[in-house]
Design a protein around this ligand. Structure first.
Ligand code: ADP
Ligand code: MG
Length: 216
């Protein structure tokens, strides 16, 4: 059997992502103040805080139930567009994940694809609209492409991380089509999209956590 990861590895990832986000209050709040209403950090930090409170319960579930529970928590606890988008996205990803507590990278790619499709449908957003989709879409594409071309876990997860971070960086030059930045005269051009930045950090931490699993 090739590379697999467990719900315990995913719970470790949630902890890493929560810490990364928690440490960036001023930066993310300033990004959202420039193009939105300034609450993106508070929204996401509240959501990850709620997930950490449930960490023990989450660890005890199989993947499908774990992701669906994450989605329900984010949907009910996080305000703003991100609560609805992550909530729906995680529930869709949960329906694509295996029932058991072990998963492969192709299964992760399918689940992230399902998350992406649900977010795009729910938010009526396409790649290039200057949203969190601009980090997730290239990351899913890079992960799938790397796996299809026979890359090992190291190459595939590194490709996913690089594509997510580059995708977030590319939002600087984009004109917003959806979300609050689209109401501004300059459509946010010149500013990074906060939702794309925090999405990229989550994918970066996910790749790092799965690559380093068991190493600590
Ligand atoms: P709100 O915009 O309701 O204040 P947040 O501040 O939590 O919610 O999240 C803002 C982020 O949500 C944006 O930076 C953008 O990435 C993302 N976003 C907003 N609207 C959409 C949409 N329709 N589709 C996809 N992502 C969106
Ligand atoms: Mg906001």
């Amino acid at each position: 059997m090739g590379f697999t990861f467990t719900t315990a590895d995913y719970a470790d990832y949630l902890q890493r992502a929560a810490a990364r986000i928690a440490a960036q209050k001023d930066y993310v709040s300033a990004l959202d103040a420039a193009t939105g209403d300034g609450d993106h950090w508070a929204n996401l930090n509240l959501g990850f805080g709620a997930l950490l409170e449930q960490a023990d319960a989450l660890r005890g579930l199989g993947f499908s139930a774990m992701f669906r529970k994450i989605g329900m928590t984010l949907m009910s606890r996080v305000g703003g567009s991100s609560g609805i988008l992550y909530g729906g996205g995680y529930q869709a990803a949960g329906r694509a994940m295996p029932e058991g507590s072990e998963a492969t990278l192709p299964q992760l790619a399918e689940a992230l694809s399902a998350m992406l499709a649900d977010m795009m449908k729910r938010g009526q957003a396409q790649p290039g609209f200057k949203t969190m989709i601009d980090a997730l879409h290239p990351a899913v594409g890079a992960l799938k492409e790397a796996l299809e071309s026979g890359e090992g876990p190291e190459g595939a997860l590194s490709a996913m991380r690089r594509a997510a971070l580059a995708g977030a960086e590319a939002t600087r030059g984009m004109e917003a089509v959806k979300g609050r930045a689209s109401y501004q005269a300059d459509k946010g051009v010149g500013h990074l999209d906060p939702g794309a930045v925090t999405m990229a950090w989550q994918l970066d931490e996910l790749g790092a956590a799965l690559l380093g699993k068991g190493a600590a």
